[in-house]
Design a protein around this ligand. Structure first.
Ligand code: 5GP
Ligand code: ZN
Length: 118
């Protein structure tokens, strides 16, 4: 599917580099970066390089890298160890606590003594 951007979207601006971010991994279809208001150290966002508000708006090809990239980041953060954990979550719609209308997957580390919001 041809790429779709929204000039007013903050995550589209992050993909283009017009808004700075702490970039993690970029692939053909995916961009990932640290959350600006982390609920735990290393809280990452993994997004398709295609503008759509909700998961069902995103063509399949733009979703293919999401979980492999999420796995790579989890390992890079040391979260494969037995004594820690992590949540992967993705909100769709205001009623589901979505604030940014560009699909994003949260990778939230869960370590001892850290309290996350989720
Ligand atoms: P949501 O509630 O929509 O699932 O999560 C949106 C997330 O995007 C929040 O955790 C918020 O901190 C993060 N966020 C919002 N604006 C920016 C930004 O400009 N840069 C970065 N790195 N993260 C952002
Ligand atoms: Zn966007």
């Amino acid at each position: 599917a041809p790429v779709v951007h929204d000039a007013a979207c903050i995550f589209c601006k992050i993909i283009k580099g017009d808004i700075p971010s702490f970039k993690l991994i970029e692939t053909k279809y995916t961009f990932s970066f640290l959350d600006i208001q982390p609920t735990a150290q290393g809280h990452a966002l993994i997004i398709p390089k295609y503008h759509g508000a909700k998961l069902h708006n995103i063509p399949d090809e733009y979703l293919t890298d999401i979980l492999p990239v999420t796995k790579k980041i989890a390992k890079a953060l040391g979260l494969e160890k037995d004594d820690v954990g992590y949540n992967v979550l993705q909100n769709n719609g205001k009623i589901a606590h979505q604030e940014v209308d560009h699909v994003h997957f949260h990778l939230i580390p869960k370590r001892d003594k850290e309290t996350g919001l989720i």
